[in-house]
Ligand binder design. Structure first.
Ligand SMILES: Nc1ncnc2c1ncn2[C@@H]1O[C@H](COP(=O)(O)OP(=O)(O)O)[C@@H](O)[C@H]1O
Ligand SMILES: CC(=O)OP(=O)(O)O
Ligand SMILES: [Mg+2]
Length: 510
């Protein structure tokens, strides 16, 4: 484990908390606004987005062919430029950076983009800009190969494209100066459950947590730094993955280790993917016509990093990730939970500092190996679970890919079983989300076979059709024993969740 320094407790303690304020420029949407279908924005009426169905990414249909396609549609530059204040939300994942640009009131999604493949040799840009009036597409780029070496580069490519003067008629903003606030998904918030306005001090505190989220915090903070340079007019606010899990009870967040040391060093389960689980909880409650406080969900966020969450009465009761995002399910480059003795047997000098880790991180060789050189990368030589799946199901299956696929299913059903019991069998929905959960039809089907015994029944045809394009897709069979136990695919939206929280609970900037 990381050799936590003497001052570690303060690092994990609450950072400066953003206070709700009434003097913030934007009107805060009231509960009555929530759910309203028709919102007027600066004289432009939009039917697409409202705060309860916060605009999701990739909503435009893509009928383009080929990997480097741009589709240009009719646009009205004056009206597009009319959006003179915006929110940018940035989600630095382990294999991607996702971006959503919203109008300042959060009612219109202007741009949805991502740079994917940061853990592979091919990095690509997807970029869709929307016309606010009817949500039609102003500009669409799909799978354009970009030269990007890290998260910060990905941000620069995105902002470069967004603000480039070459495409005057496709710009949704006059300039980057129109971005009033940038929301950053920061994975580890330590003991800080509230969003934080980022300044020099809070930046440093969050960066001090980087060793506890080695694939996330530091890269995300480098984006914050780049943002401060490239978008100097924008304020920056951190939204934490860990915040959703502050409701986990003590006997679940406690590790059975020396309690005084654990207390001093704040060693406990924190849990991550919380922005996604918060979005999922609200979305599922709405879909089921229930109050958030009444829904029980077993949710699976399966992406480059994968986790499960047990949601009781709309709140996190347990989750599979822990002190760091390494615990629990395996991922693209992560081992997930293994016997803690394994690194000592695999490496002769496991607690020596890694020279391979980024120079800003203090990671042991064991942490480096388990975070960056394990998972699908170690077993199959690729970090892409889509490729693992393809090879596992090929006419001549790749043996290691088949093992990796089955291993993932095995670990996932372990959490489903555990969480089903924790919820006393009262589960409204089993939810699949994240890149693999949304697109991995075969993975869902394989998990589905095991969970039939709990009353969840997946309809094969619905499962085949669900591609993570809609906000919610029900894939459970209707009728039968599983009646009432839904299986849903939710296109999660961590950026939308950050922006929603910003609009609903504006921080005080001073
Ligand atoms: N069709 C597919 N089937 C299974 N997995 C897929 C498919 N398409 C993408 N994926 C997986 O989704 C992962 C990305 O998930 P995502 O949640 O976007 O990751 P992150 O946010 O961690 O960067 C990719 O690494 C890839 O393995
Ligand atoms: C917490 C985590 O693992 O996030 P991601 O899946 O985006 O890498
Ligand atoms: Mg992610």
């Amino acid at each position: 484990m990381t050799d936590l320094k003497d001052d570690e407790p303060s690092i994990l303690e609450s950072c400066i908390t953003a206070q709700p304020s009434t003097d913030f420029h934007s009107p805060v949407l009231s509960a009555d606004d929530v759910g309203s279908d028709k919102q007027s924005t600066r004289g432009v009426t939009s039917f697409r987005c409202n705060i309860s169905e916060f605009p999701n990414r990739n909503t435009a249909t893509n009928d383009s062919q080929g990997p480097f396609n741009c589709v240009h549609q009719t646009k009205i530059p004056q009206e597009i430029m009319a959006v003179d204040s915006a929110i940018l939300a940035i989600n630095a994942g382990s294999s991607s950076v996702k971006f959503s640009l919203f109008s300042r009131d959060g009612k219109n999604l202007l741009v949805s983009a991502d740079v994917k493949g940061l853990t592979s040799s091919l990095t690509t840009l997807n970029y869709t800009a929307f016309f606010t009036e009817d949500g039609s597409t102003i500009e669409e780029i799909e799978g354009q190969e970009v030269e990007v070496k890290d998260h910060e580069d990905a941000f620069k490519v995105f902002v470069g494209h967004l603000t480039s003067d070459d495409r005057e008629d496709k710009k949704v903003l006059e300039s980057g100066d129109k971005i009033e606030v940038t929301c950053h998904r920061i994975v580890h918030g330590g003991a800080s459950p509230e969003p934080l306005v980022i300044n020099d001090e809070t930046y440093k505190r969050l960066d001090d947590l980087s060793d506890l989220a080695p694939l996330h915090n530091h890269p995300a903070l480098l984006i914050v730094k780049a943002c401060m340079k490239v978008l100097p007019k924008s304020k920056n606010v951190a939204y934490f993955d860990s915040s959703f899990h502050t409701t986990i009870p003590e006997h679940i967040f406690t590790y059975p280790v020396d309690p005084s040391l654990a207390k001093e060093k704040k060693i406990r389960k924190y849990g991550f993917h919380g922005l996604s689980y918060s979005f999922i909880t609200k979305t599922v409650a709405k879909h089921l016509g229930k109050k958030v406080d009444d829904v029980n969900i077993v949710a699976l966020h399966l992406g480059s990093g994968a986790s499960a969450c047990c949601i009781k009465g709309g709140k996190s009761l347990d989750t599979s990730m822990g002190l760091t995002p390494l615990e629990g399910l395996p991922g693209g480059t992560r081992s997930g939970t293994i016997d803690p003795s394994v690194p000592f047997h695999l490496l002769s000098n496991s607690s020596d500092m890694s020279s391979k880790a980024a120079k800003e991180l203090h990671l042991s060789k064991a942490e480096q190996m388990l975070n960056k050189e394990s998972g699908w990368k170690a077993l199959c030589g690729t970090t892409d679970f889509g490729e693992v799946t393809k090879k596992a199901f090929a006419d001549q299956p790749d043996e290691m890919c088949k093992i990796a696929f089955d291993l993932f299913v095995d670990r996932i059903i372990g959490y489903i079983g555990s969480y089903y019991v924790k919820l006393g069998g009262k589960v409204d929905a089993l939810v699949f989300a994240g890149g693999i959960g949304e697109k991995g039809e075969k993975l869902r089907a394989a998990v589905g076979k095991y969970v039939e015994c709990l009353g969840f029944q997946i309809d094969e045809s619905k499962n085949g059709k669900a591609k993570g394009k809609e906000t919610v897709e029900a894939i459970s069979a209707e009728g039968g024993e599983g009646e009432g136990k839904k299986v849903l695919v939710v296109k999660t939206d961590e950026q939308g969740e950050c922006a929603r929280q910003l609009v609903e609970n504006p921080p005080k900037f001073d």
